[in-house]
Design a protein around this ligand. Structure first.
Ligand code: GLC
Length: 446
């Protein structure tokens, strides 16, 4: 064989082996659909913006940091958090181990001020009245509930004396002018990550803050290698430059299916990530479930955020949202988890998903829907249509099928006339197909 052809074959082989391993690794994530994000840090004490409060100079740095001296976490019951997350139907959860303010929730041994050996690590354990590791008990509770654990870690650290960035209009130094100082910061980060990796052994790393430097400056390939050498199945989000397994759009809803195969929308339940008592812009369970259905219809995951209060209490509005999600997820489980994205708006004007073997199509319709709905371009015959979570069957008929044409007609589903079948939030119809999904995608005509 010619050497060129040989190397092309070799390349194809490695490529497909990589894709195979990648798909296998990402499987639990792709099936999980729902994760719960938790932003908990000193910012919950005064209810200010997480880290950004001092960066944007809303609050002077010493005032912001004084929250650390008042963080007690006196009503923190991580087992209850984990139970609530499980009850919501989520399959994984991500907790902030350190936000951009640099305060560690675990017992880190790394000391930011190297010159001052007497100084203590910047952690709740060493510098807050809480005086204990707030991260590890959560990891343990999460594992007990059989959930996957994600560690959020901000690689930028605006508190660290060796980190260049500080506030929006001031910085400490330029990396180029003092590479030794930057290297000291990179070592600090690497050591913290190594502590977390060994202590928590996360299933997923949720990096944040990567935008301030390049992959090379962050030494991202080395960090990625360290984390993957320790756990080759570990998943890394897309915010450690160049290392991501999936994309993380933030707050904005997908109108079209994103390009990345795996993606996750992170979304707040009101307008803030952390606890802010003045923010009452709560999204209703109805709105959240509508967004969630849209996300899974487009083949993604939702990482829904909650922000516990400083004492460890989860705000009642967030508890209600998670409970309502739990009710809805349990009823429609088969249409949500372990499915793949649906048939798209050209075929159905609403969210939809498909069973992995593509013999069942799930249509999501608003709770108050009435009248007829229809599916376009479906070539399959239909075996049955069931309202999920009820015993109700719906009838259907095909409109506009021309006997001599191979183009399919429209499948009209006759929604039952009484209301008993409707879910108060969103109803799911299971359309059992004869054979595997077969769609017509053309523009009509003969
Ligand atoms: C942004 C913010 C941060 C928040 C994160 C969650 O990157 O900097 O405050 O934690 O989004 O996605």
């Amino acid at each position: 064989m010619k050497p060129l052809r040989y190397s092309v074959l070799l390349l194809l082989f490695f490529n497909s082996t990589f894709l195979f391993a990648q798909n296998e690794k990402m499987q639990w994530f792709g099936d999980a659909k729902l994760g719960i994000f938790i932003h908990w840090g000193i910012y919950s004490v005064d209810g200010t913006d997480e880290s950004w409060a001092f960066y944007n100079k809303k609050v002077p740095y010493p005032v912001y940091m004084s929250q650390l001296n008042r963080w007690q976490a006196e009503n923190y019951h991580p087992e209850d958090w984990a139970k609530l997350i499980k009850q919501s139907g989520a399959k994984y959860t991500v907790l902030t181990s350190k936000h951009h303010d640099g305060v560690a929730l675990w017992d880190t041994k790394q000391i930011p001020e190297v010159a001052n050996r007497k100084s203590q690590p910047l952690s709740v354990v060493k510098r807050a009245p809480a005086k204990r590791d707030l991260f590890t008990p959560f990891s343990e509770a999460v594992r007990k509930e059989g959930l996957k654990l994600g560690v959020y870690y901000s690689i930028l650290d605006w508190s660290h004396p060796d980190y260049p960035g500080f506030t929006k209009d001031s910085s400490r130094y330029q990396i180029k002018s003092d590479p030794v100082r930057w290297e000291r910061f990179c070592t600090y980060n690497r050591n913290q990550l190594s502590e977390l990796m060994l202590q928590q052994n996360p299933d997923l790393w949720w990096f944040d803050g990567g935008w301030e430097h390049s992959a090379e400056e962050w030494q991202a390939p080395e960090l990625g290698k360290m984390l993957r050498d320790h756990n080759k199945g570990v998943i890394i989000n897309g915010r450690l430059p160049g290392q991501g397994d999936y994309d993380t759009p933030e707050q904005n809803f997908p109108v079209q299916r994103p390009k990345e195969k795996y993606w996750e929308l992170c979304l707040t339940t009101n307008n803030n990530w952390g606890y802010q008592p003045k923010d009452d812009h709560w999204k209703s369970p109805q709105e959240i479930i509508t967004i969630f259905a849209d996300v899974i219809s487009n083949g993604g995951n939702l990482l829904l955020d909650i922000g516990p209060m400083a004492d460890g209490t989860i705000p009642v509005q967030q508890v209600e949202i998670l409970q309502e999600l739990g009710r809805w997820n349990a009823k429609h489980e088969e249409a949500i988890f372990s499915t793949v994205g649906g048939i798209g708006p050209g075929h159905f004007y609403g969210p939809s998903t498909l069973s992995k073997d593509s013999t069942a199509l799930y249509l999501f319709i608003p709770g108050h829907a009435s009248g007829d709905i229809h599916v376009r371009g479906l070539k399959n015959d239909v075996e049955s249509i069931e309202v999920l979570g009820t015993n109700v069957l719906a009838k259907s008929h095909v409109v506009g099928k021309i006997s001599w044409s191979d183009k399919p007609g429209l499948l009209f589903i006759d929604l039952p006339k009484d209301q008993v079948w409707q879910d108060p939030i969103m109803t799911v119809l299971k359309v059992k197909l004869k054979g595997k999904l077969n769609l017509y995608n053309g523009s009509g005509g003969l």
